[in-house]
Write a protein that binds this ligand. Structure first.
Ligand SMILES: [Fe+2]
Length: 337
């Protein structure tokens, strides 16, 4: 499968992956997990919603928890664009492409454009949020892992080629990918796409999709922080929330820990991803036939990590268009950062 071409003359300026909206059963229980264990800062509680951010983030929210009225789904993922004008250019771009996109009013965000990407993932884009205080040096208020910022989302998609092309056309670059032989001559199983200048903003995997596999926040001092979060989880009666790790990724190279929130939504805490800015950095291909793509050491991922993911609200996932039979040991090839 050819890798997506990166459009360097972007039709509008997406700057980064920005936020996730999750539906949860019990806001108070979820608040305990995300505030006390993960260590996000609660910016605001607004009726049936809770808005959270990392300690270095000045945006109003990078995670929104909404009390579920139906299934425990992901409502959508969000991206930021640079200027308000970029939203108008985006609307024209999607109109010309025949992709439905509509402006909506969203609390605590500027004008917001909603659409579905080519993988069927519900996304929204905005240029502004109310500015909050940066809490980096407010050490007395730090809790849990005190993550600094949101970094990326990983999603399962049925048609990874179409989904990756969508983001390539918006200026996203491929940092890494995995295929059977580690080249684009065989079916690509996972692909890391970045816009903000590090290893990933959105990671796509071929699987039943669209589904959200995880959202990821960056922590400092991961060697100690990830272990401390495991200890903290145990002491708070949340030891079963630890799903996989601490460990170190092959793809992406980060140290990582995966936890499941009270509703089964998956959160990754990871060390800061590497920088990727200079154009001579070509996409790096990994072979799914090599064990080190999953993790460099330690236990392999549990079956839950390989197969379970959060549905997007109101969207029935579809089977992948790439034949699994074409790939040996396909169920083990889902690992990524
Ligand atoms: Fe990740």
């Amino acid at each position: 499968m050819p890798l997506p071409l990166t459009n360097h003359s972007v039709p509008f300026n997406v700057t980064r992956f920005s936020h996730v909206v999750l539906h949860v059963r019990d806001l108070d229980e979820s608040r305990g997990f995300y505030e006390e264990l993960i260590g996000l800062i609660v910016t605001e509680r607004d009726g049936e919603s809770l808005y959270l951010r990392g300690v270095e983030e000045t945006c109003h929210h990078s995670l929104v928890l909404r009390r579920a009225t139906g299934s425990l789904a992901c409502e959508r993922i969000g991206f930021r664009v640079l200027h308000e004008d970029d939203l108008d250019r985006a609307k024209k771009f999607f109109d010309l492409a025949g992709r439905d996109a509509e402006f909506v009013e969203v609390p605590h965000q500027g004008r917001t454009l909603r659409l579905h990407d080519a993988g069927g993932i519900p996304v929204e884009m905005c240029a502004h949020m109310p500015v909050q205080r940066r809490e980096i040096i407010q050490f007395a208020s730090h809790r849990g892992a005190a993550p600094t910022r949101i970094d990326h989302a990983q999603a399962h998609v049925a048609d990874i080629s179409a989904a990756a092309d969508f983001y390539g056309e918006l200026g996203f670059r491929v940092s890494e990918y995995a295929s059977r032989d580690g080249t684009d001559q065989t079916a690509v199983r996972s692909i890391f796409l970045t816009r903000k200048g590090n290893a990933n903003d959105i990671v796509l995997l071929t699987n039943l999709g669209p589904r959200l596999h995880h959202l990821a926040h960056v922590v400092h001092d991961a060697s100690t922080t990830l272990l401390r979060v495991c200890d903290l989880a145990a002491s708070k009666g949340m030891g079963e929330r630890v799903e996989w790790g601490p460990n170190r990724h092959g793809l992406g190279y980060e140290q990582f820990l995966y936890l499941l929130d009270p509703d089964g939504h998956r959160v990754e805490l990871l060390s800061p991803p590497y920088q990727l800015i200079d154009l001579e950095d070509e996409p790096y291909g990994w072979s799914t036939e090599h064990d080190d793509i999953r993790n460099l050491w330690g236990p392999d991922p549990p079956e839950s990590w390989l197969s379970e993911a959060t549905h997007f609200y109101g969207i029935e996932p579809k089977s992948p268009v790439v034949l699994e039979a074409a790939l040996p040991d396909a169920s083990r090839a889902h690992h990524s950062g």
